[in-house]
Design a protein around this ligand. Structure first.
Ligand SMILES: C[S@@+](CC[C@H](N)C(=O)[O-])C[C@H]1O[C@@H](n2cnc3c(N)ncnc32)[C@H](O)[C@@H]1O
Length: 475
């Protein structure tokens, strides 16, 4: 449906008509305009200074009336006057009570309202028109199989797979929940007259994901016009966003920032985000990015661990570990690894318990104390064998990191098929390089940690107990 709307023109508005929409609906512009920045047209539209601006001396550059914010609260308000929106939100239940569920469903309804073939569905509101200004982003969920294969060895590859699976699940939930609503059956799902496909859900997701902001004072939302600002990190961030006392959205030039006419007013989408997340959510990587910054690698419990099934059953933490760079130093953290490295001899125990309704449940214990896997690290830290556990962890993690390095290295010199587009090719190549560098640094960190742990008293004692000069397998 959305693709058709873009081609046929009923879901597309040129960006130069945005000021008319904005002013009509009460958006105040102060010394800025919105459009493509000459020389950087591939970045879409952005916010541009109209005349000399100085932070601290100018009033807010943009003021967005609170009614225009695409947030869960506002969608609930709109639903009071829009029977079809209300029906949708009720039908999808818990999903509609999340910001993501409410916003995506709302956006899909707005696109449906725009279609000239739809009659008597939804109530027109200013945002029905606004979505026509939003471009389609080439997020990795839209990369072809061949393009996604270029991500082999990066953490983006499993992230995209998982996202596509969760989008499919959401889409099926939406279909099942709404197919008995008459107008949904007719306009969305009917074999002949239905227009909505999985591709629409992917497009709506990309629209939301690439534009959602965690807006101080308004929470997760889409803020029309402010969401036209492009990203720049660190000192290059020109403006901040927040709400005023009445809940209206504001774009404010940073204190001391001077922007000449024609200069870009950027915001930050989150300086702490890693390269993988930037490509995943926004489909680009700033030119200045020199580090992958953070990556999450999955981790499996070795198949020869007899406690593996029970450990998997009781674990409530993400099965992996984070590698991150902070102040020029690379380190790692994980809640999961601790469950992987301990065993029965150390004090881990499992008991089967009968619940009141007759079901059986496995409970984990650490030295007689009931175990909450999110707190395992704290328990182990108090244990005299803490250094031994850490040593086992570093050995395992190093092996895992080295496997990832091997996979990435196999991708070096990947051939470019003629069908591969520039953006996926360049981004995948950059990400592979950045993640490889971070992994190599992580190996040095782990090596270093291993060497000092081997020297520790607890480990030496453990080695002694384990049988003198016989080699101990810490993995
Ligand atoms: C919130 S929107 C910003 C407005 C967008 N340019 C538009 O035309 O609607 C986020 C998208 O803008 C683009 N973008 C933002 N900052 C960028 C940058 N520094 N370099 C390249 N593209 C950028 C990306 O396509 C991203 O997904």
């Amino acid at each position: 449906m959305i693709r058709r709307g873009r081609t046929e023109g009923w879901l597309k508005q040129p960006i130069d008509t945005l000021p008319r929409w904005a002013i009509f609906h009460g958006v105040a512009f102060n010394g800025v305009k919105i459009g493509p920045l000459p020389g950087f047209e591939e970045r879409g539209s952005t916010v541009i200074a109209d005349h000399d601006l100085e932070g601290g001396k100018v009033e807010p550059l943009l003021t967005i009336p609170k009614e225009l914010i695409i947030s869960r609260q506002n969608i609930e308000l709109l639903a009071k006057a829009d029977r079809h929106l209300r029906e949708l939100l009720e039908a999808i239940g818990d999903f509609g009570r999340t910001t993501r569920g409410a916003v995506l469903t709302f956006l899909l309804l707005q696109a449906t309202i725009c279609c000239p073939e739809t009659h008597d569905v939804g109530v027109l509101n200013p945002l029905t028109e606004y979505i026509k200004f939003l471009p389609d982003e080439l997020l990795p969920t839209f990369w072809t199989e061949e393009e996604q294969d270029l991500l082999t060895g990066t953490t983006l590859k499993p992230a995209v797979r998982a996202k596509l699976n969760s989008l499919l699940r959401e889409f099926e939930t939406l279909r099942t929940a709404t197919e008995s609503i008459e107008w949904c059956a007719k306009y969305w799902w009917d074999e002949d007259t239905g227009m909505v496909t999985f591709e629409d859900w992917m497009r709506i997701d990309a629209m939301y994901r690439s534009r959602a902001l965690e807006f101080p004072g308004a929470g997760d939302c889409m803020m029309p016009c402010v969401d036209m600002a492009n990203h720049a990190s660190g000192d290059a961030t020109a403006a901040l966003y927040e709400t005023d006392d009445d809940g209206n959205g504001l774009l404010l030039l940073r204190e001391g920032k001077k922007i000449a006419p024609g200069g870009e007013i950027t915001i930050t989408y989150g300086d702490e985000k890693g390269a993988c997340e930037n490509i995943f959510s926004y489909g680009f990587l700033e030119d200045t990015v020199a580090s992958a910054k953070v990556m999450f690698l999955d981790l499996d419990i070795p198949s020869d661990d007899p406690l593996r099934p029970a450990k998997i059953y009781v674990s409530t933490v993400a099965p992996g570990f984070r590698i991150f760079e902070k102040d020029g130093h690379v380190d790692w953290e994980s809640d999961f690894i601790w469950l992987v490295v301990i065993n029965e001899e150390d004090g881990l125990d499992f008991k089967v318990r009968q619940t009141i309704d007759g079901k059986r449940e496995i409970q984990a214990f650490w030295k007689e104390r009931e175990l909450d896997t999110t707190k395992l690290r704290e328990y182990l830290q108090e244990d005299p064998a803490w250094d031994v556990f850490q040593l086992r962890a570093t050995v395992l993690l190093q092996q895992r990191v080295e496997t990832q390095i091997d996979t990435l290295q196999e991708m070096q010199g990947a051939k470019r098929e003629f069908s591969i587009r520039d953006v996926p090719w360049i981004l995948a190549e950059r990400l592979r390089k950045l993640e490889l560098e971070l992994l190599v640094s992580a190996v040095s960190t782990l090596e270093h940690q291993k060497s000092s742990l081997v020297e520790s008293e607890a480990v030496q004692r453990y080695l002694g107990l384990a049988g003198g000069d016989e080699e101990v397998d810490f993995s």
